[in-house]
Each structure stands twice: as structure tokens, then as C-alpha cells.
Design a protein around this ligand. Sequence first.
Ligand SMILES: NC(=O)c1ccc[n+]([C@@H]2O[C@H](COP(=O)([O-])OP(=O)(O)OC[C@H]3O[C@@H](n4cnc5c(N)ncnc54)[C@H](O)[C@@H]3O)[C@@H](O)[C@H]2O)c1
Length: 244
Amino acid sequence: MISLITGGAQGIGFSTAQHFVRRGDKVAIMDRGPVAEAREKLGSDVLAIEGDVRNPADVDAAVALTIETFGGLDTVVTSAGIVAVEPAFDVTAEAFMDMMAVNVLGSFLPAQRAAKYMSENGGGSIVFIGSVYGSVGAPKRTAYCASKGAVHNMMQSLATEWGPLGIRVNAVAPTGVRTPMVQDLIDRGIYNLTGVRNRTPLGRIAEPNEIAAAAAFLSSPESSMIHGIVLPVDGGWIANGYTW
Ligand SMILES: NC(=O)c1ccc[n+]([C@@H]2O[C@H](COP(=O)([O-])OP(=O)(O)OC[C@H]3O[C@@H](n4cnc5c(N)ncnc54)[C@H](O)[C@@H]3O)[C@@H](O)[C@H]2O)c1
């Protein structure tokens, strides 16, 4: 398969790229971060594209270059994303708009551009990286929760429109994952690791490869009848409404 992964320079996107390389995919990563360093770790067959998912021209270029280089495109995983932790009173209009631009528009554009190609070339599959916070709210995460709820709902709309075109569309909803994003929040003292572990029946946060495995499943023929779903990868976090 031929895959394009946004946010592939680190975290969940990088781990997904590793997984897809291992399964034999031709892999392109797109990121505004250090793509060359990621490519060094992933292998020289990987196509590393620098670009911003908010920018339609960058996304067009990434999709076109992937198709031109590898001769097609079967799968897109959208993992580029940002988080912010601050009281709702303090969220500026700019910060809110940027969250929506990166997490929502930045997921939509790669999916849209790829789906246009897929619709004329035998179909494909799109996997959005959502979040458990796309399904429930949380204090100090208003903009983030709004963006992830939008991703989940957008995924459902796209599934209705693109399913008949042979394009499967799904989302993965991780709990906390041990990535640079979460490590940064832990380092800044604004991530309640103990609280997350206590709420999670499996007693821990996830490793990036556990999210990659779910994205791999949803993008593969193994999930050929799975369409329009949000797959939580959360150790039971959503299932547990009990406060410790
Ligand atoms: N880590 C978690 O606990 C967790 C939990 C649930 C959902 N998620 C979601 O998973 C996705 C990946 O998160 P992560 O933990 O791997 O984060 P991360 O910060 O470790 O990696 C995100 C990557 O996206 C890239 N990126 C950000 N904005 C971009 C832009 N405008 N254009 C191009 N690239 C951009 C960054 O450069 C980075 O390489 C995000 O959408 C995040 O919301 C993460």
C-alpha cells in the first residue's frame, strides 16, 4: 500500500510511519517539524515532505508528490495536531481559531485532496487521529475538545459521502499517549498522569505504537466492512465514569 501520514515527524504519526514501513507500505510523511531527521530513522525509502497542514497549497503539493513518487495513494492518516491547556476564560479568538485550523481544517484538507484522487483510482482509506476528548469534555481543554469533537463528526459526514466512492473513513480516539506532546504537558506540570492512570481500567497511558496498530488495522483490508466509526484506544478510559 501507499500511505501518507501527516504529523509523521514525531509521536503517533512517526510511530504509524514506522508501523507502515514494517508492513511493507511505501510511506510519505508530511510535517512542519523535522521531517529529515524522521526520515533518517525511518529509512531512505520514506518520502519526507515539509509542509503545514493548514495550508491548502502545502497539502496539494504533498498529495501530488506522494502520488508522483510512488505511483498512487491508498491511505491517509492525519496525525498532525496541537493541544492547549488553559481556562476557557483565557482562550483568545486567535488561539481558538488556530486549534480549529490545525486539528480540523488540517485533517480535512489532506483527506479531501487524497479522496479526490482515490475516488478516481479504485478507492482507499482515511484514518483521522481524534481523541477521547472528541467524545467527552474536560476542564481547560475547551478549544481542544471542540476541535476533536469536530474531527469525529466530520469523519462521519465524510463517511456518508465517500463510502459510495469506495473510500473508507474512520477515526482512532486515543487516551493519553506517551509522545512529545504529552511529555511537554507533564514537564510543565499541567498533565494529571496519576488521574488518567486511576481512571483507566488498564492502569496506564498508551504507547504510540498501540495507536499506530489501530491506524494500521483501520487502513488495511482486514477492516474492509468497518466504516464511519470512532475506535477508542484508551484502556477503558471512556467506559469508566467513576471518580477516584
Ligand atoms: N498524545 C496524546 O496523548 C494524544 C491523545 C489523543 C489524541 N492525540 C492526537 O494525536 C495526534 C498526534 O499527537 P502526538 O501526541 O503524536 O503529538 P506530537 O506533538 O508529539 O506530534 C504532532 C506532530 O504534528 C506536527 N504538526 C503540528 N501542527 C502541524 C501543522 N500545522 N502542519 C504540519 N504538521 C504539524 C508536529 O510538528 C508534530 O511532529 C494529535 O492530533 C493529537 O491531538 C494525542
